[in-house]
Design a protein. Sequence first.
Length: 128
Amino acid sequence: MPPWLKLTAITLDCADPEALAAFYRQATGLDPHPASDGEFAGLTGEDGLFIGFQRVDDHRAPSWPGGAVPQQAHLDFEVDDLDEAEALLLELGASKPAHQPGGERWRVFADPAGHPFCLTRASRDAQG
């Protein structure tokens, strides 16, 4: 059997690590990591997943769906109610691009630093 890789951390470049960590903390409920220092901030989940945010001088937000500044990376989140999650994320400071290629299956947003991320409906089978 091949050695499977376990995803343990994701780190996003941004201009303001603490602000972006605060956005994702409110959106996900993950706990703040104690090593946050202004240049780097992080969140940790109960399952050990770590999301980090690192300051990059002259950070340029991705320009999705165009390619002038590549999207660099994106996150996908599963939710029970797309409309409810959308309302919360917009209230927290996310934006919703006009281009929505997922139809009813998923929705694309951008976090306050411009990183695209998607919401998809939770699988009924996975919910038990």
